[in-house]
Design a binder for this molecule. Sequence first.
Ligand SMILES: [Zn+2]
Length: 323
Amino acid sequence: MKEKIKRFIAGMFYKNRVPSSLIFYGKEGIGKKDMGFELSMSLLCLEDKYPPCNKCQSCRHMKDFLQKKTEELRFYGEDKKGKRVYLYLQGDHPDFIYLAPEKAEIKIDQIRGVKDFAYLSPVLYKRKVVFIEPADAMNPYAQNALLKILEEPPLDTYFILVSQRIEKILPTIKSRSFLLEVPPLTQEELKAITQIEDPLILELSEGSIKMANQLKEKKHIIQTAKDILQGNTYTLYKKSLEVENWALEDQVLLLKVLQAIIHKSYLESKSYQDRKALDTISLGLEYLSKGVRLSLLLFQLKGGNKYVLHKGEVFGPKQDTSG
Ligand SMILES: [Zn+2]
């Protein structure tokens, strides 16, 4: 699938038809960012090549950018009151900036910084690139400010956006951009890239390289997910206490494993129960980092409807006959 997208991009590139704003979107960990970065490199490449030549001065600066630590790349400016504010990441390449949140959000001051950059002439060659990732981190003010720039796009500046939550991006921005959906990898592709053989990991990762690699290191998380789904309420209680002490990253991974298992079940059952469980997990993934307790989520996940205790075993959910 990836080759297909790359051929498509190559077509646009060599016909000189790369749109001035392009959004790579799709699930987490499937290589969207790499694809976006590769196109950015090509747009700046002094040899005008896609994939980029990797050798020219521009390409060398771009590769260097990838190797540097975030702290070394932070670029600061001043807000309206003259206070120092973080704007974006910039390495030695004068025509490339990487707009990323400092904490959770990309703010309007940062877009002002982009504007200053966008209307300058390119230094090294004939184009400039503004890379925004994750684009869904732009708060609504920032998005509206970006929209203003996209409405009068500077001719030589390209906006490459990457997002795994495209629904968080304003329709007005989407309508001014070219949307490129990056599909998840197939299990065979995933196997070839990660060298992971375990069919269960390949299946649960749902095409995400990142998730496959995480699960390879942390197989116990899969077992915990199974225990939670298959065990009785006492198991659930014990496991809930246990996972409360996990690092946030592992808690997120647990939710994703649960999501994958339930999603698979939903594809066959189409049941309301599974649908509801999936909604709970989506919300959980969004609010976990904001302090929602995982144990409560897990109880909600299993007990959205009442479970019936019978001789120490849990049966249910009880069929809801009231409609
Ligand atoms: Zn090059």
